[in-house]
Design a protein around this ligand. Sequence first.
Ligand code: AMP
Length: 910
Amino acid sequence: LIPIKGTKLHLLLHSPVSILALLPSLQWEEIGEVDEDYAPIHTYQVCRVMEQNQNNWLHTNCILTEGAQRVFIELKFTLRDCNSLPGGVGTCKETFNMYYYETDGDRAMKESRYIKIDTIAADESFTELDLGDRVMKLNTEVRDLGPLTQKGVYLAFQDLGACIALVSVRVFYKRCPFLVKSLAEFPDTIPGSEASQLVEVVGRCVNNSLPLYEPPRMHCSTEGEWLVPIGKCVCQPGFEEINGSCQVCKVGFYRSLLESLAWIKCPPHSLARENGATACSCEEGYYKIDSDPPNMACTRPPSAPRNAISNVNETSVFLEWSVPMETGGRKDVRYNILCRQVSPDGRGLEECGPNVRFLPRRVGLSNTSVMVADLQSHTNYSFLLEAVNGVSELAKDHAKQYVSLNVTTNQAVSVVRKGVTGKSSISLSWAEPDRPNGIILEYEIKYFEKEQDSSYTIIKSKETEMVVDSLKPSSVYIFQVRARTSAGYGAFSRRFEFQTSPYCDERAQASIVAVAITLALVLLAVVAGFLLSGRRCGYSKAKQDPEEEKMHFHNGHIKFPGVRTYIDPLTYEDPNQAVHEFTQEIDVSFISIERIIGAGEFGEVCSGPLRLPGKREMQVAIKTLKVGYTEQQRRDFLWEASIMGQFNHPNIIRLEGVVTKSKPVMIITEYMENGSLDTFLKKNDGQFTVIQLVGMLRGIASGMRYLSDMGYVHRDLAARNILVNSNLVSKVSDFGLSRVLEDDPEAAYTTRGGKIPIRWTAPEAIAYRKFTSASDVWSYGIVMWEVMSYGERPYWEMSNQDVIKAVEESYRLPGPMDCPEALYHLMMDCWQRERSNRPKFDEIVCLLDKLIRNPSSLKKLVNSSHRYEFTNPSQTVGEWLDSIKMGRYTELFMEGGYSSLETVAQMTSE
Ligand code: AMP
């Protein structure tokens, strides 16, 4: 068969299976013709329209399928219009059938063993006139065939009495072509047999490259397209990617990490002597430690600290110094102190004892000062200060450099202790100084009220204890003690803080505790009563503002035990922190992507098994973030996960985890076999019992009750954002704040800016963005309506502006067909203008539970006279029809005698 002139065979991704030959047939004639441009064409024709009982077969030879599991057949043909045939209309047909027969080699080709692919009809049939005008009404039909499992296939065309010319038959399959991406090669791949199936292919890293984190993967779709790339290869250390291949590093350059992209020149004081270096080595006298990044220069130990000074205070010394002249090229300079004191025989120096305290510590100081306390009084000390850095340990032969300081301490009392304390007195005691400079004659005690050191009192004592009295109750005093010898006064001890007792005695305190406990119990009882009353079934219409109720939870004034509060990821300065806190990272190797199930705002939504170690395999939905995203898009994408990760409820879609450490970034949730509720209901129109529908509604209400208890306002509750699993359990999904509304095709811009899904949103939220759990209740009412009408669009084709206007004028959606009255009443309550009059979600759950327990309450259906709520009786029929964009029928209504809304309301379906 010759392709038609002017049509190009599009074989870019498609490779022809084999040359197709049609076998000679008795009834079908092989005819050479010319097309409308007089170009020769070759056709098979049959035209036995005048004879009864035609059964004319045309067979192909065996077509080898080369392993393809799905092949496509494109037919081009012309077909005669039966009506244009004189006389033969009774027997004439306008269709023919296409069959196939799969084989692994046998030639048995009985027609009865062929399987029908389809009946083929023409979009355009030709007539006598067309023949005269030489107009060629060529039809093109494509069918696909699969899953095929054997080596070859025969095709056959069966004519039952039509007038057909078969002009071309093209058989092909699609394949994902050989591809090199991110240094990984993916072989030419034959797609899977089912329409939405994805075949995962692991790529091979090109020469001198390695997988980064994990082997690269791609997914081959049935359309022959490569989708969802995961992971990548990068050049191994010592090589750099140049024009898609890995080239070796030159002398003086290195590349050490898979993550880094290009060669780097060796940093100062280091060299790479050969090609392909993965690291540079240090020059003599310079060093590097393992934790130093490869691009850091080699370094050496620091010089000694400078400008050391000391400041003696009683038996403490404060030492201070400046940073060394030479830090060795590092930032990790630390200081060590060596403390030595004159030995008891007064001749040499020995290490200070273990009682000497260094504040904050003796070695590894990062600041250039230290306090040395609890030294002996009146003693000579020598301190050596040393600077070290990260490479000091390695530089063993590097001579240590110190700065030294000599210090003499004073004679002082080191510790003052508190004894019995009264409301106006404190008794003190202290020990004699370790090394008094002669015989102690007396002690001086200095004290003052804390923070009032401008006036102090000094008293003297010959003993090492005394009672200080005439103090104020409940006050903090500072005490210091010093000793006097014949050599004079020593320094005061450091400051000690002690507090006097309060006025009230213990009995009084006990009674306060008792009163507090009593009050707490009363409060608990009130709170418990409030909780219980809140959970009772039935709802009163004038309750407090739902937001005020929420404030209790939020501000923690009354913290109900067991109720967690939702934390807005916006409150985190770093959004990654929120992701880290609320989600679990999943290693991508535990996930297999099998098929595409939907399209999200950020990329494909796929499904496949999740195999976590030690856990049962489960099906999951995998939302991917498409490549080339911006940082903002990544943040917005993961936002949903940070919200979802905070929830744990059977009617809220469960987050299994996220993949952020590799690309593409993914959000993994439980898999909901029946997809989104609106499409599911449309697909199964009229198929469920009322109890099944109420069961779904109950689930949604229960999920929403949980969200509102958590203080989370959904803002985009609609059937399209509810997912249904194989057990008909419905779960709330689609979280996010502003984002939800950005990606919802239903959301429209309002006059105040911001996108809002008008049909689902409460009037106060549209008018002044008052989004609360009560506005979610309004949306819930709309979802109820969607469910009871099997996915009908709320307010049908009315424009958003008309919906806003109608709702404003108190128009409400009519009860759906066959909707139980009790449910319609609940919907109408959800659509109360005054938001505090709307039921709360816990009341909705209670009511639905009651209806489910008592199915007879669902028997009474919304009757037809009720089905339209005209709350504006002064409206004329014409105005009403105009308001729902049906004004063109006004005349017909009038003619039919429906001149008032009352008569319209009584209209029956007949
Ligand atoms: P979304 O971006 O969340 O609106 O998801 C886009 C589409 O993917 C939805 O409309 C569903 O059809 C499908 N989808 C998303 N999550 C799941 C899931 N957990 N289970 C099944 N299908 C899902």
